[in-house]
Design a protein around this ligand. Structure first.
Ligand code: XMP
Length: 505
């Protein structure tokens, strides 16, 4: 396996994923962990926010150099190598962040099968100005900064740029060269190994005790549930809270998939009336979110207390949630209070199990495929915890929910029929309180205005409105106004995020 030593880079998990994608098993450890080199065939030193000359900045673990294993240092990892072997590192006033072009100066195994000049992604303030004795410079940036150096004999390689970031044109080639040509790792690690490993791990942790999960029907909690079910069977208690704010037929689909098809011990709680009563007269978006989040926890706790002997809580946390919650520290302003069905309850005295914590969305989907989850669940667009409540502007009522469900279903079906569902990241309809005049069957109709929204996005952080062809929008609009008489007008939302958010509330 390949060992990644983390010095605090924001890209470390991405690096681990890229190595997994190449087919090598990688393990991430922290620089101050006790590091075991059993079965390790190569080491990558990650980037990090520190400067090597700062006091208390992390240093190279000693046993690593003695091991004589191939080493690749990236960014901060590069500076550590430079310093350790007697090179010179300097801090520049102005850093280099973003795309830069590098030129290959000398042959390197790392750069086999790349162009002589290509774009790379930089993110640093410190630069190596002199490489240690016995090392040679293999590439420089256009500004003359050393972009890579190495000691081929000792198999020590250093890169100033980030090969794991997609903007580095030959990033994958470089990592492959290191893993396959330099570390000589040829065994192909597959996601099925991860699945087997996790199942064993969960079985060991839970033993013959019981675990509970709040199933939402979304990708992450679904995959976490099946994975745990494979490990402990009926000792997993799944609870699905139907808050009445779901899409058409959603509750039924979840029940038939998990209970009837997979045989999971699933309790479906019909709490529609409870939620609607709480939401009566509420129009403020943040209040809606708060009410739904709190009520959700209350319902879940009530159900969970019936399973008195549960010791573990399973959550479908994935890697992007981990970064999100790390980022939502003091400094970032609160835009909306996201309520996640996974974000459950702090004072229940349950031990957490998060089997998907280090995986990226596409890997979670692949795990789901391995476990036999249907495509409709795995490739479903994201759906917010507060559901349709934040897509009905103003007060949420049963009548409005029914209208929106019909409109949303028509839009989604039109996208699926035309092959557009899988091309956009997320699509849905919004019901506004605006009423406009229309003419239906020669009669005046004073109906609602709905907006369709479809976006292209990576992980929901930023988004652009999708350029869906006019005829697809036309088809959706005609069907909606024909089939839902309460709606007289359909518009398409053409705002990106930022400045807008994806959801309207
Ligand atoms: P926004 O509207 O913040 O949405 O641009 C970004 C992504 O997050 C989803 N979203 C939520 N997901 N609980 C969730 O689990 C929430 O409260 C919530 N609010 C928004 C939204 O659907 C989009 O995919």
């Amino acid at each position: 396996k390949l060992l990644i030593i983390d010095f605090g880079s924001q890209y470390t998990q991405l690096l681990a994923k890229r190595i997994r994608d190449i087919g090598a098993y990688s393990e991430v450890v922290q620089f101050d962990d006790k590091i075991s080199l059993d079965n390790v065939k190569g080491i990558i030193l990650s980037g990090g926010p520190d400067s090597v000359y700062e006091e208390d900045s992390p240093t190279l673990p000693e046993n690593i150099l003695e091991s004589k294993l191939p080493i690749l240092g990236i960014c901060y990892g590069m500076q550590l190598i430079a310093r350790k072997f007697g090179g010179k590192v300097e801090t520049r006033d102005v850093g280099e962040f973003g795309k830069t072009t590098i030129k290959i100066m000398d042959h390197s195994k790392l750069f086999e099968n790349t162009d002589k000049e290509f774009n790379v992604w930089m993110s640093h303030k410190d630069v190596v100005v002199e490489v240690p004795d016995g090392f040679k410079v293999t590439s420089k940036t256009n500004n003359g900064i050393i972009a890579s150096f190495e000691n081929e004999e000792e198999k020590i390689y250093a890169l100033q740029f980030h090969p794991e970031v997609k903007h580095t044109t030959f990033g994958e080639t470089i990592l492959k060269n290191f893993v396959i040509k330099i570390c000589d790792i040829n065994e192909t690690w597959k996601l099925t190994d991860f699945v087997d490993e996790k199942i064993n791990q969960i079985r060991k942790t839970v033993g013959d005790k019981k675990a509970i999960i709040a199933l939402s029907g979304g990708v992450d909690s679904s995959v976490a549930a099946i994975l745990t079910y494979k490990a402990i069977g009926k000792n997993l208690k799944a609870i699905f809270v139907n808050h009445g704010l779901l899409r058409l037929n959603e509750a039924k689909e979840v029940e038939s998939t998990f209970k009837d098809y997979f045989g999971i011990d699933l309790t479906v709680v019909d709490a529609e009336e409870r939620f609607l009563t709480k939401l009566k007269g509420v129009t403020d978006p943040e209040k809606k979110r708060k009410i739904i989040g709190e009520e959700f926890i209350r319902v879940f706790e009530e159900e969970a207390s019936k399973e008195s002997d549960c010791e573990f809580l399973v959550q479908g946390t994935i890697y992007s949630d981990v970064i999100e919650s790390a980022k939502s520290g003091k400094k970032t302003a609160k835009i909306k209070s996201h309520h996640n069905v996974g974000g459950l309850p702090e004072d229940m005295n349950l031990k957490l199990i998060e089997p998907l914590r280090e995986l990226f969305k596409d890997e979670v989907r692949s795990v789901g495929e391995i476990l036999g989850l249907p495509r409709e669940i795995l490739y479903r667009h994201p759906f917010p915890g507060p559901g349709l409540a934040i897509r009905i502007i103003g007060e949420v009522t049963k009548e409005k929910l029914e209208i929106l469900r019909k409109v949303d279903d028509i839009f989604i079906k039109s996208l699926k029929e035309t092959g557009w569902y899988d091309k956009v990241w997320q699509a849905f309809a919004v019901l506004t309180p605006i009423r406009t005049v229309g003419v239906t069957g020669d009669r005046r109709n004073y109906g609602y205005l709905v907006s369709l929204r479809a976006v292209d996005s990576t992980e929901g952080m930023t988004a652009d409105w999708s350029k869906i062809p006019h005829d697809v929008l036309d088809l959706s609009s005609r069907r909606i106004t024909n089939e839902v008489e309460e709606v007289t007008r359909v518009v398409y939302d053409i705002t990106s995020k930022p400045p807008a958010t994806i959801e309207w509330e």
